[in-house]
Write a protein that binds this ligand. Structure first.
Ligand SMILES: NC(=O)c1ccc[n+]([C@@H]2O[C@H](COP(=O)([O-])OP(=O)(O)OC[C@H]3O[C@@H](n4cnc5c(N)ncnc54)[C@H](OP(=O)(O)O)[C@@H]3O)[C@@H](O)[C@H]2O)c1
Length: 334
């Protein structure tokens, strides 16, 4: 039986603007069987991450560059169809950078075997990159102490919602900043955040002054821009500022000047540090086990937003930049 591989290729670089459908090109071709040391994997679910826009633009330099005509890079979970990799047999489920396509041929070291259980898709979110980012970024850079006030921006999203909950487990008072009443209500009523601020409807400065009168001990930032600058003005003495992302910048052409309030780092003897999650890859396994245990014990919750159909991949990526996604953005491929 000959298999058809539907693929989205990179067609343009969305620098300084939102993603457009034309940035991708649809193609259909055949499937080549796996070579020595490789497995053929059928993609089941794809993960969507704001960084993918940066990968198309070759920003950051922490990943291999992309080329126009490449299959769009993206992580996914899939089923092994045939395998020349010791330890992988047909039917096994694996994660890896499968790309926006039905079938991917990957070497054994590019794939991680995962259990085919109720947490299968969680391997792309809370047990995958976003969960690992929250876990290591908060614990190793944010250094939360019992009683600290932790403020998380982008709190309604995949990374922010987990960072805030880990902060609660560490004994912090957690305030989330998110867009819209639905996300804010979910943070407080379902995830146990102490407070949530709707940055689209409320005055962030006056709300944070009211909710964090002693200042922000740990600031977790996913968004950058004016929200981040505003919050830098409210950090406490010896605060730790974790720069995880800056999604408000990802569609800008000209970058704005740096945050005016950065000098508060001096007045407050505070520290600001960025992270790239892949630096902690060697430690992912034990962190994953800990997060999975918290999920099973009901101490950590997660939300997935599952779109359907490979043909909708470009539209699905765009949802992250409009805030339409509610939880970890996934797409069921077939
Ligand atoms: N450093 C690392 O290693 C690493 C790893 C993973 C992710 N990240 C970063 O973490 C951040 C969150 O990623 P994620 O995968 O968890 O996505 P996500 O938070 O699930 O989705 C993105 C969210 O960003 C918010 N947003 C979009 N445009 C915005 C703007 N202009 N101002 C304020 N908020 C905006 C939207 O929420 P609202 O509805 O609240 O606006 C949207 O739902 C991104 O910046 C990403 O690059 C970094």
């Amino acid at each position: 039986m000959s298999l058809i591989n539907r693929q989205w290729l990179i067609n343009d670089r969305p620098r300084g603007r939102p993603i457009l459908e034309n940035d991708f090109r649809w193609t259909e071709g055949g499937v080549v069987g796996p070579g020595p040391g490789e497995a053929l994997v059928r993609t089941r679910y794809l993960s969507f991450d704001p960084a993918q826009k940066g990968w198309m633009e070759n920003l950051g330099g922490y990943m291999a560059p992309t080329e126009i005509g490449d299959v769009m890079r993206g992580s996914g979970v899939g089923e092994v169809i045939s395998s020349n990799v010791p330890g992988l047999v047909p039917g096994d489920m694996v994660t890896g950078l499968l790309g926006w396509q039905d079938y991917a041929t990957r070497s054994g070291r590019e794939l991680t075997k995962v259990a085919d259980d109720d947490l299968l898709t969680a391997n792309l979110g809370v047990l995958g990159t976003t969960g690992m980012t929250a876990f290591f970024g908060l614990n190793k850079i944010g250094l939360p102490f019992v009683g600290d006030t932790l403020v998380v921006t982008g709190a309604g999203g995949a990374t922010g919602s987990i960072a805030g909950q880990i902060g609660k487990l560490a004994g912090c008072r957690v305030i989330g900043v998110a867009g819209g009443e639905r996300k804010c209500r979910w943070l407080v009523e379902e995830l146990g955040f102490d407070e949530a601020i709707d940055y689209k409807a409320e005055n962030l400065a006056s709300r944070i002054a009211e909710l964090a009168p002693g200042g922000i001990d740990v600031l977790w930032d996913n968004v950058g821009g004016s929200i981040f600058n505003e919050l830098l003005g409210y950090i406490a003495l010896h605060a730790r500022v974790v720069v995880c992302g800056g999604i408000s910048r990802y569609e800008l052409g000209e970058m704005p000047a740096g945050p005016e309030n950065y000098f508060n780092l001096v007045f407050k003897r505070a520290r600001m540090e960025g992270l790239i999650v892949i630096d902690y890859m060697a430690e992912f396994a034990w962190a994953r086990a800990r997060l999975a245990a918290w999920i099973r014990e009901g101490r950590l919750r997660y939300q997935e937003d599952v779109q359907e159909g490979l043909e909708n991949a470009p539209k699905t990526l765009a949802r992250l930049f409009t805030g339409e996604n509610f939880g970890k953005q996934l797409l069921k491929v077939a």
